[in-house]
Design a protein around this ligand. Structure first.
Ligand code: URA
Length: 204
């Protein structure tokens, strides 16, 4: 299967998934959208009202802000891939529960494998927790970590800026570091460190 076919297959599986209780209250599943060969992948938390209605990630107010942030560095959403930790909306936008996150984990894992992004931008703490277990977002936001050829870049969730205007500037400032990170990929040595010496990030 090609990468595109794999992503289509994942979306088909998400559409009929009943592995957690969110399948009973969702309207549409939100597998993720964007360039199947994107260098940058953004990973949010879970669909909200608008995403649940449209079946696309980040199409509500937080998504408008994400579009603005992307535009500030000359990108459009078609240039990146956008997905969420959880593919169905939690009722009343409550936090996703550990069992829901666990049930959905393989979809995200397979999306990452198909896309093979060079930069993974985590939006919010649930997404951050996948790649930076035990960390707190207030401590590590805007600080990139390179692991086995992939840059992991944790950011506050764009919705946080909508509710806490003081955070807006922080996210905007953090976002401005992305072009430099992307440019640094070209300078980085292509070879991976030997497997036994590589400290594995605990991914899932
Ligand atoms: N918030 C998210 O984390 N994801 C979306 O898709 C929309 C809002």
């Amino acid at each position: 299967m090609t990468d595109v076919e794999q992503l289509e297959q994942i979306a088909r599986e998400v559409a009929v998934c009943t592995a957690c209780p969110l399948s009973r209250t969702r309207h549409k599943t939100v597998p993720g959208t964007g360039d199947p060969h994107a260098t940058i992948m953004f990973i949010g938390e879970a669909p909200g009202y608008h995403e649940d209605q449209q079946g696309k990630p980040f199409v509500g107010p937080a998504g408008q802000f994400l579009d603005e942030l992307l535009a500030s560095i000359g990108l459009k959403r078609e240039n990146v891939f956008i997905a969420n930790v959880v593919k169905c909306r939690p009722p009343n936008n409550r936090d996703p529960q550990p069992d829901e996150i666990a049930a959905c984990a393989h979809f995200l894992q397979r999306q990452i494998q198909a896309i093979q992004p060079k930069v993974i931008v985590t939006l919010g703490r649930y997404s951050m927790a996948k790649f930076f277990p035990g960390e707190t977002i207030s401590r590590i936001h805007g600080r990139a970590r390179r692991q086995n050829g992939v840059i992991y870049f944790p950011l506050y969730h764009p919705a946080a800026a909508l509710h806490q205007p003081a955070l807006r500037r922080t996210i905007e400032e953090d976002f401005k570091k992305l072009p430099e990170l992307i440019a640094s990929l070209e300078d980085a040595p292509p070879e991976e460190p030997p497997a036994e010496k590589a400290t594995q990030l605990q991914l899932f």
